[in-house]
Design a protein around this ligand. Structure first.
Ligand code: C2E
Ligand code: CA
Ligand code: CA
Length: 419
């Protein structure tokens, strides 16, 4: 049975405005099935679900141009289908998948599937770009709950957005190849004035010697779904620094995208397991939690990291997507309160909010870092009762200087006491 108006040629339907479509499907909470029934059962379920999805698409009359697996996700490309029909089709397919239980020797399970997609009137957007958008729509669908569909229309300006994004990506890649990427280190200081660790912040310089801030390119790479290789580069550099001097205690920013990717994290675990003594001097800061596409999987990885002795921080808490749901699920050691709290702290009420939030976080046993402390006056006003650490220009700007290497105390006790 086909959806009305679908069995048209690509060109014909293309007159309706859309000529290319990419849908990505993922099984909701497959990690729970794997945990309960084993990896073999997980593979079995993935295979069965893939068959049901393809059968469902065919029942809708969709002629697929290509099908591929991306990790645990199934990604399909087709053409000539208008936006609202893509949504209807995806809903019908995912309803079909969960209609019947999967009955096997190892047990019986019901699964739900979420789908994300992109439809575009621009035929030459390219497969990788379409996939990146479909996957980002899929993370949005998964964020909303189970069995959800989220389809976006590629705006007319998308190709120019991609053009610019690819330029940014190219710039970072060239900087990497030419050795123009480096790290800056900024201390995170205890309220007693002792340096806890130095956060490593990426620095890049373009062909003309101009600085490119991570705020310019990290979000772009995240949107392209390509932050993984950059995080991998930085992680490698941070581990090198830790190996070079055993007095170093360093923080490394990892995007939520990387932290919820099992293949990516496997390399991290291998790297740390082969280098004893590094993990306990490493703090992983999870940034951009909106990019976590599987919270339970990310929580499993956090537990594994902590098992190795790594301390894990939830970054930018209280801003954007870093929420109490993340805090509860991820089980981190440290919470960093977003610096926007202090930036907007023109009035005393904001300082009260910081203190209140710090109390809540401290109440569940995490260390609390207040970020973005620029001036001593801010500390005078802030109630530090539940704050364990502070960070900001007031205690040291990010710089290439490796103070742990050159100072007797390994960089400890360098900052002025806070209390
Ligand atoms: P973040 O992790 O929250 O890092 C803190 C940012 O605040 C840094 O900006 C730092 O330079 C800045 N900062 C520190 N103290 C103060 C202060 O007192 N006042 C103000 N106004 N700013 C302060 P930066 O280096 O531009 O980094 C921006 C963001 O880019 C970072 O925010 C982080 O999310 C991301 N980032 C940086 N390096 C990496 C990296 O290696 N990997 C990943 N995935 N993301 C990175
Ligand atoms: Ca950070
Ligand atoms: Ca932060």
């Amino acid at each position: 049975m086909g959806i009305e108006g679908w069995n048209k040629s690509g060109n014909e339907a293309g007159r309706g405005g859309f000529s290319a479509c990419c849908l990505a499907f993922a099984i909701d909470r497959i990690d729970l099935i794997e945990a309960a029934c084993g990896d073999e059962a997980g593979r079995d379920v993935r295979g069965e679900v893939a068959l049901r999805i393809l059968r469902g698409l065919s029942d809708c009359g969709v002629a697929l141009n290509s099908v591929c697996r991306d990790g645990g996700r199934l990604v399909v490309h087709f053409a000539g289908v208008p936006h609202h029909d893509v949504e209807r089709c995806a809903s019908r397919v995912i309803d079909g998948v969960s209609e019947y239980a999967i009955v096997r020797d190892w047990g019986t399970v019901f699964v739900t599937v979420s789908a994300g997609g992109v439809v575009s009137s621009v035929a030459d957007l390219g497969r990788r770009r379409m996939e990146a958008w479909a996957l980002s729509a899929l993370s949005e669908a998964s964020r909303l709950g189970s069995g959800r569909v989220h389809v976006i229309a590629a705006p007319d300006g998308l190709s120019s957005w991609y053009g610019r994004a690819l330029e940014v990506l190219g710039g970072v890649r060239r900087a990497l190849d030419a050795g123009r990427l480096s790290l800056a280190y900024q201390p995170v200081v205890g309220v007693d004035g002792e340096v806890f660790y130095h956060e490593c912040l990426l620095r890049a310089v373009d062909e003309n010697g101009a600085a490119m801030g991570p705020a310019e390119f990290v979000p772009v790479l995240e949107q392209l779904g390509m932050i993984g290789w950059l995080d991998h580069y930085v992680f490698g550099k941070v581990v090198e620094e830790l190996l070079a001097d055993e007095r170093a205690v360093l923080g490394c920013n990892l995007s939520g995208q990387s932290v919820s990717d099992s293949g990516w994290m496997e390399r991290v675990f291998d790297l740390l397991s082969a280098r004893p003594g590094v993990a306990r001097r490493l703090v992983v800061e999870i940034t951009e939690t909106s990019a976590i596409f599987d919270l339970m999987k990310a929580a499993g990885h956090v537990a594994q990291l902590r098992g190795l002795g790594v301390r894990v921080a939830l970054d930018d808490f209280g801003a954007g997507f870093a929420s109490f749901a993340h805090l509860r699920a991820l089980g981190v050691d440290i919470v960093k309160l977003d610096q926007s709290f202090l930036a907007s702290a023109g009035d005393a009420a904001w300082f009260d909010r910081v203190a209140h939030l710090a109390g809540l976080v401290r109440g569940i046993g995490c260390d609390v870092v207040v970020e973005g402390v620029e001036r001593e006056e801010q500390l005078a006003v802030l109630d530090l009762a539940d704050v364990t650490h502070v960070q900001g220009y007031c205690f040291g700007r990010p710089s290439a200087y490796r103070r742990w290497r050159y100072e007797e105390s390994g960089g400890q006790n360098e900052a002025a006491g806070v209390r």
